[in-house]
Ligand binder design. Sequence first.
Ligand SMILES: [Zn+2]
Ligand SMILES: [Zn+2]
Length: 342
Amino acid sequence: MKAVCLKAPFTVCIEEVPIPERKPGEALLKILSASLCGSDVNAYRGGGKKFSYPSVIGHEVVAEVAGIDDGRPFKKGDRVLINPYVYCGKCYPCSLGHTNCCESLQVLGCGAAKGAMSEFFVHPDHLLVPLPDSIDLLTAPLAEPLAIALHGLHQAGIGQSMPTKIEYAVIIGAGSIGLLAAMACRHFGVAPILIDILDSRLSYAASLGFTYTINSASRDAVQAISEITNGVMAKAVLEMSGATAAIQSTLSYASYCGTIAYTGWPSSMTTLDTSLITLKELTLKGARTATSELAEAVTLIEEHKIDVSPILTRTVTLEEIPAALKALSDHPEEYLKITALF
Ligand SMILES: [Zn+2]
Ligand SMILES: [Zn+2]
């Protein structure tokens, strides 16, 4: 079978490898489509923290069950979204049900665990999310980044039930995850305020109907948020860029008693003016990967509550993935998501 192999930084190719063998408790999956992610680009550039070259990339993947034990919730031919977060089930965070924070979490194609961008893949059969046939294969893999965005929202108190009314959410980073978060905010009745330093990203967000966009490189974002929110600032702040300056700015973007969720991974240590946390009595929360949000994302897409198709920039074939990955690395500003149809 063919697999998208990252041999070394900046060296990606299609390789012929044996079809993996399924063990009890695992499903053999025929991959149908997969999207490229920023972490695939990171690994391509040699920046993947624990990526062990050579390996296969890919964690935003949908598949058809090609082999599975009897008596499981899935059968041959069923469509599934792969849950790419493989947890141990035994450590302290797993015992609390926070499997997304597993002490030995393995993310497909991001560390030691092999990614799923290959014609076939084996995966634990409890880490599969049912995928209705009505969801088209081009947008189906985007349920995974939507789940990441949803987890950020939930950590900031935004969701189906909101004990505290949240009128505005500042979203820092208007890339794929930021736009998906903005779509989800809109669905939950919260007005998103998108912040980025690229005008092209912000004008694309505006074209999707997101009226509050701020370029923090050319405008005083605190002033702009204050004007939009009548001086209150944002009850929820979603940090989705990982940039040090952006992380620091979250404390001044938040309202009194606001909540900030940090999804972006900073590359180095960030200092914060903690006096603002005390002064405003802020709640700071991490937001890492996702759990039940994968199924939630599939349902929101299936029920046409969130249309993720605007973040799909380009469609390619399996053979075209290496060139697409290079293009994404060379010109990240030109793309949101690239999906490969297998
Ligand atoms: Zn991803
Ligand atoms: Zn664990």
